[in-house]
Design a binder for this molecule. Structure first.
Ligand code: GCU
Length: 443
């Protein structure tokens, strides 16, 4: 006993160290491997010809994703909306207007409504748009603006404040909640955003009962699919707006909302470009990969994100009939940017890169530029399948916004807009990334 008491502080320290070391990946203390040649190719190999738009194999593969991971796309679920409310006619010192619209998805008493806030730049012509889906309420995304809060009232300041807000932005980046709208305006883009939990709450149990009651001809059975449909509903409303060029619309999401953005791009082919930042498992990372979080852990920690059918495959992932390079291939040739952080091993950048490598052929076959296959650290915003990796962890930081706007300008903007976005992009803080946004070399 005395022996134990004497050594207690040392044992405690060893225990703590072991705990920290076993969670290094989760805590962002490891680095993603940059080697891909020594790792398995995604299975099954793709047949690029199977991905032609509206082809039978494409339809069958989408069906397989529905039957196993995501549940049905809620085809035909009614979407209706109110009128735009001008929140700020003189937004960002008169550069644009900030407006809000309430969108309802579904029918009957279980229909769900959410507030879509949009910053329209003042422009003579209809322009490009990016729609983002967020973790936090609109008060945090547009701090200081009189948008509708999650409780239905009008915001009186951000909700994520004090020590929680401070820590969240330190850990997850300056732009984890707040939207840098002026930078999207600089790139010539309108910026729209909604809080995914307003549509379907991000809570196990509650999410499933909300989805079951939505009153569609087909209801979603996974939150990821429901949020993807939210993207589609927002797109429907904004594509009908004369200020938006319906041929230049993009979706954007971080992490779980990167997963739902990828799904939305497959099932709603109106999307013209897409950013999935650190989407991880059930997103761009390979389900059979054993690095990082892993599909099994994700499905068990967040049972409402995926359809209940996923449980049939969790004991043996090799039996899963779909793999995520096939999801990326289904997106082709829509331009897609996959954002990554070198220390965000949790979301497994390495297997995302291998998935993109495998899907690239589908882009090339459709006449688009595939992945510029010069390694995980080079970034080509012009690529149809673009891969962005910076130092750091699971977060949304200033360099990410530079990469996003360069990619969007390359695919949705005029060349002049693209050039200005590229010129404002700085070199990443660490020399471990060798290519500057826009392709130039960093010192
Ligand atoms: C958790 C989860 C990830 C997810 C992330 C996020 O970390 O394990 O799969 O991508 O949350 O949405 O931020």
């Amino acid at each position: 006993m005395i022996w134990f008491l004497k050594r207690f502080p040392l044992l405690l320290l060893i225990g703590l160290m072991a705990l920290i070391m076993s969670n290094c990946t989760m805590l962002g203390l490891n680095y993603a491997s940059l080697e891909t040649d020594n790792k398995p190719l995604p299975e099954p190999p793709l047949k690029a010809t199977s991905f032609a738009e509206n082809s039978a194999p494409r339809t069958a593969l989408k069906r397989a994703f529905e039957d196993t991971l995501y549940g049905p796309w809620p085809e035909g679920m009614p979407v209706s909306h109110g009128a735009w409310r001008v929140v700020d006619a003189d937004y960002l010192a008169g550069r644009g207007t900030l407006e809000e619209i309430e969108i309802t998805v579904g029918s009957g008493p279980g229909a769900r409504s959410f507030h879509l806030v949009t910053a329209f730049p003042k422009a003579a012509q209809a322009g490009p748009l990016v729609i983002s889906q967020t973790f936090s309420g609109n008060c945090d995304v547009f701090p200081g603006s009189l948008v509708t809060a999650s409780d239905g009232g009008i915001c009186d300041g951000p909700e994520m404040t004090g020590i929680v807000g401070f820590l969240a932005t330190r850990i997850f980046g300056t732009y984890i909640a707040q939207a840098p709208v002026s930078r999207y305006f600089d790139a010539g883009l309108a910026y729209a955003s909604f809080y995914a939990s307003e549509l379907v709450p991000d809570r196990n149990g509650e999410a499933q009962s909300v989805m079951a009651g939505m009153g569609g001809p087909v209801n979603p059975t996974s939150a990821l699919m429901a949020w993807a449909y939210g993207f589609s509903a927002a797109l429907e409303v904004l594509e009908a707006d004369p200020r938006i060029d319906a041929n230049r619309t993009a979706l954007m999401g971080h992490s779980r909302h990167g997963k739902s953005a990828l799904i939305a791009g497959v099932w709603d082919r109106r999307v013209d470009a897409l950013i999935a930042h650190q989407s991880g498992f059930a997103g761009a990372s390979l389900s059979r990969s054993e690095t990082g979080e892993g599909l099994v852990r994700m499905a068990k920690s967040y049972p409402h994100w995926l359809a209940p059918t996923v449980r049939l495959y969790l004991d043996d992932l090799s039996s899963l009939p779909v793999e995520q390079h096939e999801l990326l291939a289904l997106l082709g040739p829509t331009p897609v940017l996959l954002g990554n952080g070198r220390s965000d091993v949790w979301s497994d950048p390495n297997s995302s890169y291998r998935a993109a490598q495998a899907a690239s052929e589908v882009y090339e076959m459709a006449g688009a530029k595939g992945l510029t296959d010069t390694g995980m650290r080079s970034f080509d915003p012009d690529a149809g399948l673009a891969f962005w990796m910076r130092p750091g962890g699971h977060s949304v930081v200033s360099e990410d916004i530079d990469a996003f706007t360069a990619f969007l300008a390359a695919h949705l903007g005029q060349p002049a807009i693209r050039e200005s976005a590229v010129q404002t992009a700085d070199c990443p803080v660490s020399s471990s990334i060798i290519t500057k946004v826009g392709g130039a070399k960093c010192p």
